[in-house]
Design a protein around this ligand. Structure first.
Ligand SMILES: CC(C)(COP(=O)(O)OP(=O)(O)OC[C@H]1O[C@@H](n2cnc3c(N)ncnc32)[C@H](O)[C@@H]1OP(=O)(O)O)[C@@H](O)C(=O)NCCC(=O)NCCS
Length: 165
């Protein structure tokens, strides 16, 4: 059996075009990169096209500076039928001092879709290591929390509608 491709690392230099008005890296620039990493990680895992269904627990703990080297560590933590939770950890490195800071972590729900935009079943996740099992257990709890939050939103009638904004 071939080994599953469930993790991916991408390193990007923070350039001045990514800056916000105060000269640090814009949150939106980081979100775009985060989404690209999550896309690549999930698409590589299931060998098909995927879309971003949801993103949660984004907390920018620390600012990222222009000139830093940022590494995105992504991994598939959990697989449902068609959805995959991809966790991404962001580490910024100062190029001269080599000091590393964990600046952000977040969790994407990526869904495999076919040419008609219909979700389809992806390969089951094989939990090989203790670390895989730990991440999977935490992801199961987050999946339950997401479901609960969706149900509460529905009960409050705050789902997207034409009338509401
Ligand atoms: C994501 C999308 C395919 C889900 O469509 P859907 O009709 O709800 O599909 P399904 O009911 O088959 O659900 C598919 C999976 O999505 C998950 N899902 C649906 N809504 C979700 C939500 N709000 N949060 C997290 N997961 C969700 C379901 O739990 C299911 O997971 P599972 O198959 O592992 O059990 C659809 O909403 C879509 O295409 N959205 C646009 C995505 C996009 O364009 N993203 C780019 C940003 S604009």
């Amino acid at each position: 059996m071939t080994k599953q491709e469930k993790s991916l690392t991408m390193t990007v230099l923070m350039t001045p075009d990514m800056a916000n008005f105060s000269g640090n890296v814009h949150g939106g620039s980081l979100l775009k990169l985060l989404d690209q990493v999550a896309y690549a990680c999930a698409a590589k895992y299931c060998k098909s096209y995927v879309v971003t269904a949801a993103l949660d627990q984004v907390f920018f703990k620390q600012q990222v500076n222009v000139g830093e080297l940022v590494t995105f560590f992504a991994r598939v933590n959990h697989v449902g039928r068609s959805s995959m939770e991809v966790g991404v950890k962001v580490v910024a490195e100062h190029l001269r001092t080599h000091e590393k800071r964990h600046t952000t972590s977040c969790f994407f729900t990526m869904v495999a879709i076919d040419e008609q935009g219909k979700s389809f079943e992806v390969p089951r996740l094989i939990l090989e290591t203790e670390e895989d099992k730990k991440h999977h257990a935490a992801a199961e709890m987050r999946r339950a929390m997401r479901q609960e939050s969706l149900e509460k939103s529905r009960a409050l009638n705050v789902e997207l509608s034409e009338e509401e904004f």
